[in-house]
Design a protein around this ligand. Structure first.
Ligand code: SF4
Length: 755
């Protein structure tokens, strides 16, 4: 597809940012809750929304380098939602579960804040209030009644490092490694792929380092909607003459032009150019795209051989793969021409320092880990890692999702942390492999899980195959959800005997300090706060987990009640979490810090040899099935098989939908399918016609076709609604489901006779 952004067919797409953002801010700040919103925005705590991690001790609007005006409208949406009043009493008193199950994600969120613990008992058709003491008793009993391998936790990255640390400590003390986490459903391929190559699974680029780059490759990311402040860095990079290569099957308007409020004079009004080159490959073919760049560098003599030979192993096998893989197989796989790949590779080779950044367009594939390795290989072959201005940068979603991994909420516990935890708990940890999020659902579906504690998140909504998720959760005896607001999971993901919905303080309300870690490895300190909810019966997650652990274990092998003190938790974190040594002094110094050992300023990596580990990356087989796979098209029925991408809309954060439509993509509501106009014409389909979309797990009816700037042969629908279509086909390296490149059949009825 076209690589000069000015030549792209822009089927009505809009640029990102701009005055609409200012209007959004204006509306929010002038609203009834505007004053409180403003106070909250200025509270010294990290933004609740994405992992770019604005806020903290520098104040609500500054990043870690002290740059002002670094707060975006997503953050406003998230705070506004938290500032809602409590869920009106009549909702849980009068509405049946059947009625609550009809609420979509946005309606659930708009119910308001949870303000009292609730229980659903088997056989009842409603939630009812319950006392905290009874909650602890029921949960402690549930966690003690079953063998360790039958208890599990799930978590989302909205909570604090301290709560995350306690959660894993509780689970591991219980002898269970079943620490499923939302990162299993998004960036686990980044963690696994980067660890294979560099020995460390996070971004190895700091914000400071990013500002020294003159090239950025942005793959499979819709940063203008999901990480808006990253756009400021891309604008700056273009301003200093740098190159931004965007790779995405969908032309996202904000990746062409973005008007940033941080630069009111030079950017906001007219918008700033973002993409220097735009590639539109076939979804899921990223390994082929990067092999294409590598082959082009090999053939043009642009490989940084001195660097590669000095700082990596395994390059010989990769070189062999590049020589033996034909251009034809690469271009057929990715749908880009050799000229496009060579041209882009040459442009990158002319850059002094390149950062490779990506989001879930790379990871949400059955070969997501391979995609990440292909990117990391490219960084090494081009000498773009291990010095300022270079590196590999997964762009993380939830604000503390990376901190959860650091705290050991993972089925892949790093050896140094294992040893430190064993010393702390004075006994060996279980070696039984734990369940990641997909395995947890599979195990539950087979009746192998008895108790599940969810620290935030929406395990039901975030999983593929919604029917299976509902059924699986329904097999678990006791399910407990700690949450600030209701979500669909609370109404569909009901346990077999009891389900508890437990209200907690959010980050800016928690009555004690907490910390979080950004996607750039920056640890932020959040000051205590208060809640606006009157007479609310909330708990802090740290207090809850320490109390529950005390009820389960008593005071062995550690003094669990003492862990109600977050300062003590931070002491333990400093002692046992690699890279977090500076945490020990943070309460006294209030000095935020970069996790040590993550950002590579020199080409000495975290592998056992200190050298990057390169390996060939296999081209994926991306053939789509024909309509017969779905039962075929009836006589006269119109339709085609598409490679479906599922994505968040603008105005959505993970499974939480704040706004139904997506004005950037021209998709006015949730029941839409973005499709290329050529596909419409070729199949005799009409724009805005209602069709059925059928996948391997189910079908969705009355879906409106929206013509848009998406590669022919592809479609885009919104997550999580489209989860109902797909089976949980996962990346075998880490279990992350393929939410993108999902084969679906679009069906439209035959035209009435005579039309
Ligand atoms: S870019 Fe991310 S961290 Fe920064 S304000 Fe926006 S949502 Fe929050």
């Amino acid at each position: 597809m076209d690589i000069d952004p000015s030549q792209l067919p822009l089927d009505g797409i809009k640029r990102g940012g701009g005055w609409s953002v200012i209007k959004g801010w204006g509306r929010a700040l002038l609203s009834r809750r505007g004053k409180r919103l403003w106070r909250t925005l200025n509270h010294k705590s990290a933004c609740l929304s994405c992992a770019w991690g604005t806020g903290g001790q520098n104040g609500g609007f500054r990043d870690e380098l002290g740059e002002p005006l670094q707060r975006c409208i997503k953050s406003v949406e998230a705070i506004q939602s938290e500032l809602q009043p409590a869920v009106p009493r009549h909702v849980f008193d009068r509405l049946s579960l059947g009625e609550l199950q009809n609420f979509d994600s946005a309606s659930c969120d708009r119910l308001g804040r949870l303000d009292r613990p609730l229980i659903h008992r088997a056989g009842q058709d409603f939630y009812e209030p319950i006392q905290w003491d009874e909650v602890y008793k029921r949960l402690a009993d549930a966690f003690l009644a079953s063998p360790p391998e039958r208890v599990a936790s799930y978590s989302s990255g909205r909570s604090s490092n301290e709560a995350a640390y306690l959660l894993q400590l509780l689970m591991r003390a219980r002898g269970s490694n079943n620490l499923a986490d939302c990162s299993d459903l998004c960036h686990a391929p980044s963690s696994v792929g980067l660890t294979r190559v560099f020995g460390s699974g996070t971004s190895n680029v700091s914000l400071e380092s990013l500002r020294q780059a003159d090239g950025v490759v942005l793959v499979g990311s819709n940063a203008p909607a999901n990480h808006p402040r990253l756009m400021n860095e891309l604008i700056r990079l273009r301003d200093r003459g740098g190159t931004v290569v965007v790779i995405n099957p969908v032309v996202e308007g904000g990746l062409l032009k973005f008007g940033s409020p941080a630069f009111p004079i030079r950017s906001l009004l007219l918008g700033s150019e973002i993409a220097s080159l735009f590639l539109q490959p076939i979804p899921g073919s990223d390994t082929a795209v990067f092999l294409g760049f590598q082959k082009a560098w090999l053939e043009s003599g642009a490989i940084a051989w001195e660097f590669v030979k000095s700082h990596s192993d395994g390059w010989e096998a990769l070189q062999e793969q590049l020589m033996s893989t034909s251009w034809e197989s690469i271009t057929q796989c990715c749908g880009l021409s050799r000229e496009e790949l060579e041209h882009t590779a040459a442009r990158l080779a002319s850059c002094r320092a390149v950062v490779f950044a990506w989001a879930m367009g790379i990871t949400h594939h059955s070969n997501g880990t391979t995609n990440v390795q292909a990117i990391a290989n490219s960084a090494v072959l081009s000498g773009n890692v291990g010095r300022p201005g270079t590196g590999t940068m997964p762009i993380r979603g939830h604000s503390n999702v990376q901190g959860f991994g650091s705290m050991g909420v993972s089925i892949r516990l790093r050896e140094p942390m294992r040893l430190a935890l064993e010393a702390l708990l004075k006994r060996p940890l279980s070696r039984t492999p734990g369940y990641h999020a997909r395995d947890l659902i599979e195990a539950a579906d087979q009746g192998q899980v008895d108790a599940l504690l969810c620290l935030g998140g929406n395990l039901y909504g975030a999983n593929p195959d919604s029917n299976q998720a509902r059924r699986a959760l329904g097999q678990i005896d006791t399910v407990a959800y700690l949450a600030t607001k209701p979500n669909q999971g609370h109404f569909h993901g009901l346990g077999a005997r009891q389900t508890l919905v437990l209200p907690v303080f959010n980050r800016f309300e928690t009555p004690h300090r907490t910390t979080v870690e950004s996607g750039n490895n920056w640890v932020r300190l959040n000051e205590p706060g208060t809640t606006h909810l009157k007479r609310a019966n909330l708990t802090s997650e740290v207090g809850f987990l320490a109390e529950l652990a005390d009820r389960i274990f008593g005071d062995a092998p550690i003094h669990w009640r003492r862990l109600q003190d977050p300062i003590y938790v931070r002491e333990l974190i400093a002692r046992t979490v690699p890279g977090y040594e500076e945490m020990a002094g943070i309460d006294a110094t209030k000095r935020e810090f970069e996790v040590s050992g993550r950002v590579f300023q020199t080409p000495c990596f975290a592998t056992s040899t200190g050298r990057a580990q390169l390996a060939p990356t296999l081209l994926p087989d991306l053939r789509l099935p024909d309509p017969d796979h779905f039962g075929g098209l009836a006589d006269g029925e119109r339709g085609l098989v598409l490679s479906l991408i599922t994505a968040r809309s603008h105005g959505q954060h993970n499974t939480v939908v704040y706004q139904s439509g997506d004005r950037y993509r021209g998709m006015p509501h949730r029941k839409t399918l973005l499709i290329n106009s050529e596909d419409l014409q070729r199949q005799g389909l009409e724009a805005h016609e209602r069709v059925t979309v059928q996948g391997d797990a189910g079908r969705l009816e009355q879906i409106e076709l929206i013509p848009g700037s998406i590669r022919p042969g592809c479609g885009l629908m919104f997550f999580p609604e489209a989860n109902a279509l797909m089976l949980g086909v996962s990346d075998p390296a880490c279990g992350t489901p393929a939410f993108k490149r999902v084969p679906v059949l679009v069906r439209a009825p035959a035209w009435p006779t005579g039309v």
